[in-house]
Design a binder for this molecule. Structure first.
Ligand code: P6P
Length: 334
């Protein structure tokens, strides 16, 4: 339906997706369905997150994930929920997840898409009631429909993403995603069980006065980064660091700001993961008027070489990222 209200605040995610799909007459509706499947998993995780303390889900499973990090129960549940939603939805033939070492085949070999996902990022915050988030990235498979997905399907590079988004389980639960055009935010109304369009066509401020980084690592940062941060302090900018990438990213997207996670001694390649953290957030950032770089490269131009590879990440308001890069060009960031 071309009803003018179809894209206005208050419309449900389902109706919004249907309306957007009609703008692409040849669209088969598979990506639309995949986005609905992801939203469904988000609703289920919203429920688990909001009652975690009540059903003893906040403890540690006592097992480690491929990252060598102790796996929180909710991490595991989120991973399983997304696997089930994507397997049952039928559109995704394979998944890579922060929680799993290898490619997970869903059994839908006729699915046209693959999904890279961090089911629950910021999991160290689960026990202390701080916002956490899901980050997802979608590619159209390059291997033949009907065959088993391979590594190649996931190694296409950041600019080949067909969609990317996140679900932030915060004071409210919001799903923000783009299919390459505008960036739109949908706030979850649990009483209806619906995501409702609340942030249409998100455009981030070109500049900002908020900087987000872990001050504990400051001495290890490259000189250029330290110089930039001392400039932020001189200008009395606000330091805001939640310790949950999705929450810091979302605040900076709305208010303007920059998030910095350089290489450190503990993580000489950077801490954040390229395929299911940096690429999707960079894809969103660039479509909302922001920038995302590693050192001097745009995140989206980094060539992927392995599923769980890490990268330094500097992401946020265009003017802030440009100043950081120019500061570092004078003092190398390596
Ligand atoms: P640190 C959470 O583990 C995470 O991946 C991001 O969500 C967050 O921004 C960062 O790591 C926090 O890392 O080293 O400051 O605790």
């Amino acid at each position: 339906n071309s009803h003018p209200l179809a894209l206005s605040v208050g419309v449900t995610l389902d109706r919004y997706i249907m309306h957007r799909q009609m703008a692409f007459p040849y669209a088969s509706g598979d990506l639309s369905q995949l986005l609905r499947d992801i939203a469904l998993a988000g609703k289920i995780i919203h429920r688990e997150v909001n009652r975690a303390g009540l059903i003893d889900l906040t403890g540690e499973m006592g097992v480690e994930n491929v990252q060598g990090e102790s796996q929180q129960k909710l991490d595991m549940i989120a991973d399983i929920r997304f696997y089930r939603a994507l397997r049952n939805g039928g559109e995704a033939c394979a998944i890579i997840s922060e929680e799993e070492e290898e490619i997970i085949h869903t059994g839908n070999d006729n699915g046209k898409y693959v999904v890279a996902i961090d089911p629950l990022d910021g999991s160290s915050n689960i026990d202390v009631n701080v916002s956490i988030g899901t980050i997802f990235s979608i590619y159209r498979r390059t291997t033949p429909v009907g065959s088993k997905a391979t590594l190649d399907d996931f190694m296409q590079g950041g600019r080949k993403q067909v969609a990317a988004g996140y679900i932030l389980y915060g004071s409210s639960t919001i799903m923000v995603y783009t299919t390459g055009h505008s960036v739109n935010g949908f706030t979850y109304d649990a009483s209806l069980g619906e995501f409702i369009l609340s942030h249409p066509d998100m455009r981030s401020p070109a500049d900002g006065q908020i900087y987000s980084y872990n001050d504990g690592y400051l001495p290890e940062f490259p000189d250029g980064v330290q110089h930039y941060l001392s400039e932020c302090r001189k200008r009395r900018y606000s330091a805001r660091y939640i310790g949950s990438l999705v929450a810091d990213f979302h605040r900076n997207l709305i208010k303007g700001g920059i998030y910095l996670y350089p290489a450190t001694k503990k993580n000489p390649e950077g801490k954040l993961r390229l395929l299911y953290e940096a690429y999707p957030l960079a894809f969103i950032a660039e479509r909302a008027g922001c920038l995302a770089v590693s050192q001097e490269h745009s995140i989206l131009d980094i060539d992927p070489v392995s599923l769980h590879q890490r990268t330094p990440l500097f992401i946020g308001s265009q003017t802030m990222v440009e100043e950081l890069v120019s500061t570092n060009s004078r003092q190398p960031m390596l």
